[in-house]
Design a protein around this ligand. Structure first.
Ligand code: NAD
Length: 308
């Protein structure tokens, strides 16, 4: 099969052009969106992501405020940082990057975010809205997966609104910020949805389900987890994984959760790593900070926000 490689960079350029227009409209009303990130410790992927976001925000002229805490930061320090950002009118959106060290619990931190600034929809109120199918914010990574799918469906003559109806969507990984919201988005589109996590792998059953996927979204953080013999012919595969791997020369490069070469032999289409989901996610996140600013200034209207 001659798989189409879905070009996330091209899609992100289009999305970025929209974002620039939206930012202009918002600024014309004297509102200046700002995105803040919180990184705790020195995780390579978290810092790489923060740098990418900073570049993206600065490139479109959106204020960016990185907050870095030591890896041994106490919960009180993390809560104080969140409180400071909640109260800062220059910050419209807040992103807490993971992984968090053991002394900090997502369950304790997320509810302390201002729900109107919680651009990744991890606050229970926003997660609830998302699960109900009426999201305030669609978290950037699952949003990007479906944005890429919609774009691909459009380009192949399918209506994105109906393309997933009655299709089997298998999602590997069920984190709060990626896997679970991806399940909710797939359910809202009328798909038959299967969620697999590490226990499906431990039980030796992962391939049983990935082989059923018409659309496969993999977000496990496990390099090359899904190989060609684990998918059916004609699958559309979206690779969320970003895994730093050391090459022979000692240099770190990034690989996904799909074994790209063998999956490409069977797929109708698939996303690469890097250059697939990642670039779209960055734009989406900044866009969510702009949406947050719009929501916080309820008198402001820039027209219907094109979530999907
Ligand atoms: P996470 O660690 O919070 O969750 C991983 C999930 O995968 C868990 O539910 C776990 O049970 C499951 N899992 C782990 N190993 C598995 C296995 N062998 N078989 C089946 N399931 C398994 O991670 P996350 O935040 O959801 O991120 C997942 C991956 O996506 C990471 O590589 C991360 O770097 C990447 N990521 C990419 C983007 C992007 O924009 N492309 C954004 C966020 C995260």
């Amino acid at each position: 099969m001659d798989a189409k490689v879905i070009d996330g960079r091209a899609v992100s350029r289009d999305l970025r052009a929209r974002l620039l227009g939206e930012l202009d409209a918002v600024r014309a009303s004297n509102v200046n969106p700002g995105l803040a990130s919180v990184v705790v410790g020195d995780d390579y992927a978290a810092h790489a992501y923060e740098r990418r976001l900073r570049r993206m925000a600065e490139a479109v002229g959106c204020r960016f405020q990185p907050e870095c805490l030591r890896g041994d930061a106490e919960p009180a320090e993390a809560l104080a940082t969140i409180g400071k950002l909640n109260a800062d009118p220059r910050v419209s959106g807040i992103l807490i990057l993971r992984p968090l060290p053991v002394q900090l619990s997502e369950v304790e931190l997320y509810p302390t975010l201002d729900p109107l600034k919680d651009v990744e929809a991890v606050h229970p109120a926003n997660a609830g809205l998302m699960a109900r199918g009426t999201p305030r914010f669609v978290p950037s990574t699952p949003a990007s997966c479906f944005w890429l799918l919609d774009d691909y469906f459009r380009h192949t003559g399918r209506d994105p609104k109906t393309a997933l109806r009655g299709k089997t969507v298998v999602i590997v990984g069920r984190s709060h910020n990626v896997g679970k919201p991806a399940v909710w988005l797939a359910l809202d589109r009328g798909a038959i949805v299967v969620s697999c996590d590490e226990y499906a792998s431990e039980a030796g059953r992962l391939a049983e389900f990935t082989r059923q996927a018409d659309v496969l979204i993999v977000a496990a953080g496990s390099p090359g987890l899904v190989t060609g013999d684990m998918v059916k012919d004609g699958v559309i595969a979206i690779d969320v994984g970003i895994n730093p791997v050391k090459g022979r020369s000692g240099q770190v490069h990034l690989v996904g959760d799909l074994d790209f070469g063998s999956v490409a032999e069977r797929a109708e289409a698939l996303t690469p790593v890097p250059g697939g989901v990642g670039p779209v996610t960055d734009v989406w996140l900044v866009r969510n900070a702009v949406l947050a600013a719009v929501i916080q200034h309820t008198t402001l209207s820039i027209g219907p926000w094109p979530a999907f």
